[in-house]
Write a protein that binds this ligand. Structure first.
Ligand SMILES: [Zn+2]
Length: 476
């Protein structure tokens, strides 16, 4: 019921925007189509704040950000930004303002608590997850497959509209997996209509055309044997080259870019050569080499490390004290809390070959990320949150930032990936930085993330589309 109401409001926001567009010149700076906004939204001046604008340049002290409606109107030093008469003023002395975080690789409607399955692909489950992302400061989410339209298409449109609550939503409809292979049916347990598993070139082409007709933002392929570095694990059948080539060619015919799940360097190289646009996970089996770096750079391919994916396999089993972290508690439901508190579960996970392999995967992923980052490869930001119960929406993104810093990036370099770079990967020019004309999606932190990336946990408030939407993350 609540969802319906919000959706109605969102649709109203959208038609208002369309009306305004007809009125002309609305999306230009400062003008919000006065005919459409009979009652212009009042302006808010956030002042005396330390600003990280997302571009990668140094923070600036004592800044002011003027917001009106869903957009940022101007940015400058406090005292130099003129606020219209009657504007609300908010003093943010001591706090830091950063752009809303953006994940380029997550999933929605797969997991709810500890349950995984087709029954979770519903508007209320997805909306609850988008609300949780937003509480953690993640204001834009990309669901990389395992969905289906019309529900997914409807949800994305509703989340794009002004006035929507919860994170904005982009992504892939079903995506293309392998009969009897990735993504493993026993793990993701999605409905047969939430994934294509083409056996022939013609079926692969048809799968892409179906996704295009459903307005998918991207196409996703899974090319992996799912051994995850465990030598004793029986490999699953891997997508055949003629299938991936047909899917990539058809996607490009349809003007769609292709994101590829890989684990191993060899598949990464072959998929880049075949025309993949986005590598959706870090290379975890061996160090990346010169030819791979050159191919990524020459072809302008994006690379999303998703380091926290493998860390989540062992983190909660090996570090039970993390259960006392209020930042984790903010994203835990009772079922997950119970599982993490169970010594038998912890012992079983910690002793598993996958836990050992996951430590190695994290280390290799971090090493490769640093190599590629320093070589100037385009790096996005993602986690695979929402694909399994331990990959907790919002919390996973905060872990990813820490793991990027542990890998050798500065906190502001890591935050640049999670903001402007993540937006650029999605070809979204309206967000990811704090600048005039951009969406007013931002996070206000109690502490300075440049000094310690853990400051991202200290969320005072999250603004989405010019409205204070959430915060603080941890009640004070
Ligand atoms: Zn994924």
């Amino acid at each position: 019921m609540a969802w319906r109401l919000e959706k109605k409001q969102a649709v109203r926001g959208l038609s208002r925007l369309l009306l305004a567009s007809v009125a002309g010149g609305v999306l230009s700076l400062g003008g919000f189509g006065t005919q459409a906004y009979a009652q212009a939204p009042s302006a808010v001046l956030l002042e005396h704040v330390r600003l990280f604008d997302g571009t990668g340049t140094a923070e600036q002290d004592d800044m002011a950000v003027l917001v009106q409606g869903p957009r940022i109107i101007s940015v400058g030093h406090s005292g130099h930004v003129k606020a219209p008469k009657g504007a609300q003023r908010i003093d943010l002395s001591g706090k830091t303002l950063i752009p809303g975080l953006i994940t380029d690789h997550s999933h929605v409607g797969v997991v709810s608590g500890t349950s995984v399955g087709a029954e979770n692909f519903t508007a209320p489950v997805i909306k609850a997850a988008l609300d949780q992302y937003e509480r953690y400061g993640v204001t834009t989410v990309t669901a990389l497959g395992l969905t289906k339209s019309p529900l997914f298409d409807d949800l994305r449109r509703a989340q794009h509209a002004d006035g929507a609550t919860g994170a904005d939503l982009f992504g892939v409809d079903q995506g293309i997996g392998v009969p009897g292979g990735m993504p493993p049916e026993g793990m993701v347990k999605v409905g047969k209509d939430q994934i294509f598993r083409p056996a022939t070139v013609a079926e692969a082409q048809q799968a892409v055309r179906t996704m295009a007709s459903e307005h998918t933002d991207l196409v996703k392929l899974w090319v992996d044997d799912f051994r995850n570095g465990v030598a004793s694990q029986k490999p699953l059948p891997v997508m055949k080259p003629e299938i991936w080539q047909a899917a990539i060619t058809e996607a490009h015919n349809q003007k769609l870019r292709v994101a590829v799940h890989i684990h191993d360097l060899d598949y990464g190289k072959r998929l880049v050569a075949a025309g993949a646009d986005i590598i959706a996970h870090g290379v975890r089996d061996e160090p990346v080499d010169g030819p791979f770096v050159t191919a990524l750079k020459d072809r302008g391919v994006w690379y999303i490390p998703t380091i926290s994916l493998d860390e989540a396999t062992y983190l909660f089993a090996e570090q039970p004290e993390i259960l006392n972290d209020p930042v984790l508690k903010a994203g835990l439901n009772a079922d997950l809390q119970k599982q993490f508190s169970d010594p038998a579960w912890r012992q079983k996970v910690a002793a598993s070959p996958l836990a050992k392999a996951s430590h190695a995967a994290v280390a290799m992923n971090q090493k490769n990320l640093l190599t590629l980052y320093q070589a100037g490869v385009k790096i996005g930001f993602g986690t695979d949150s929402g694909a399994a119960p331990v990959r907790i929406p919002g919390f996973a993104e905060h872990r990813e930032l820490r793991l990027l810093v542990e890998a050798g990036l500065t906190p502001l370099q890591a935050l640049t990936l999670a903001t402007s770079q993540a937006a650029a990967l999605l070809n979204l020019s309206d967000r990811g930085v704090i600048a005039p004309g951009k969406r007013a999606d931002f996070v206000i932190l109690e502490a300075d993330p440049a000094e310690n990336i853990a400051a991202v946990d200290q969320i005072a408030a999250v603004w989405r589309g010019g409205v204070r939407a959430a915060g603080p993350l941890v009640p004070r």
